[in-house]
Design a protein. Structure first.
Length: 292
């Protein structure tokens, strides 16, 4: 599949064909995903989350190198990886929400109500985790891993993949960073949650792109990855509180429909607490982002 780019071994230099880095990144990503799947099979902690992260990193690399990839195989792979990540999403979200509720509940909240809320979330988490594990250990994931192994060994590449890493990577990383800054520049304290979430995804894309590029670009790319990770961490905390508020709002509506106004009231208080937690995170991000 694709052009021969052999002859380069060990650490990549700036003169190495960028196609070699594409193959290396896909090989590393496939191995990471395989390891995460094995964690799920063994029932290890944080396994579902690691599958999700592995899928995201692979999709980020495929997106980073998309102009160098020939044919439609990369689009199909990105779609399959997205489906697998989404299958793991509910379990991970409920795990984070339950932890946040437990952390943010206080003595002013009705203890029985809090336990009822946590029990509901835990039951939902257990069911979602079981569904996720069935997908991760299923036939479609096994086929995806086989496809990744084949593709990583000899990715189908365009002629531009023979260009030097030192020429191509700065352009690719700059494009990822520009997409992030264009959206981050628009953020205000009152910007809607969805836009903050989109900037978080773009920050994550910059981080992954810089991580991949660091094999060639060195300290400059590592510094970019470190900065993007700081942005991602703050925006990730922000998104967790948004997800918790949304989930608790839905639970409050259910409680009201079941004629349980007291539980609905407790849920409302918890919801407002999570919504209030967004403000300092937004201020901290904007301060960090606009710092000279």
């Amino acid at each position: 599949m694709g052009e021969s780019l052999g002859g380069w071994a060990g650490a990549l230099s700036a003169e190495a064909p960028v196609g070699v880095l594409v193959g290396n990144a896909l090989t590393k990503g496939a191995a990471r995903l395989q390891g995460a799947v094995l964690m799920v099979e063994k029932g290890e902690d944080d396994a579902i989350h690691q599958v999700r992260v592995s899928c995201r990193r692979l999709r980020s690399d495929l997106k980073l190198f998309r102009k160098l990839l020939a044919g439609d195989w990369s689009k199909e792979l990105r779609s399959d990886l997205s489906a697998l990540a989404n299958a793991c999403g509910e379990a991970r979200d409920l795990e984070v929400i339950a932890a946040l509720v437990r952390e943010n509940a206080n003595s002013e909240d009705d203890e029985e109500h809090v336990e009822t809320i946590l029990t509901t979330l835990t039951v939902g988490l257990d069911r979602a985790a079981k569904r996720s594990a069935e997908v991760v250990t299923g036939e479609s994931t096994a086929e995806l891993l086989q496809t990744l192994e084949v593709v990583a060994a000899a990715p189908d590449l365009k002629p531009d993949a023979s260009k030097p890493c030192g020429e191509v990577l700065p352009e690719l990383l700059a494009a990822a960073n520009e997409a992030f800054t264009q959206e981050a520049d628009k953020l205000k304290p009152w910007t809607v949650d969805d836009h903050w979430h989109e900037v978080r995804l773009l920050a994550k894309r910059v981080r992954y792109a810089a991580d991949t590029s660091a094999a060639v670009l060195g300290d400059e790319a590592k510094a970019t990855a470190t900065q993007a990770a700081k942005y991602q961490e703050l925006l990730g905390q922000h998104q967790d509180h948004c997800a918790a508020a949304d989930a608790l709002t839905a639970m409050a509506a259910d409680a009201a429909a079941q004629d349980d106004p007291e539980l609905s009231f407790t849920l409302g208080r918890l919801t407002e607490r999570h919504r209030a937690a967004r403000r300092p995170l937004r201020e901290e991000f904007l301060s960090l982002y606009h710092r000279p």
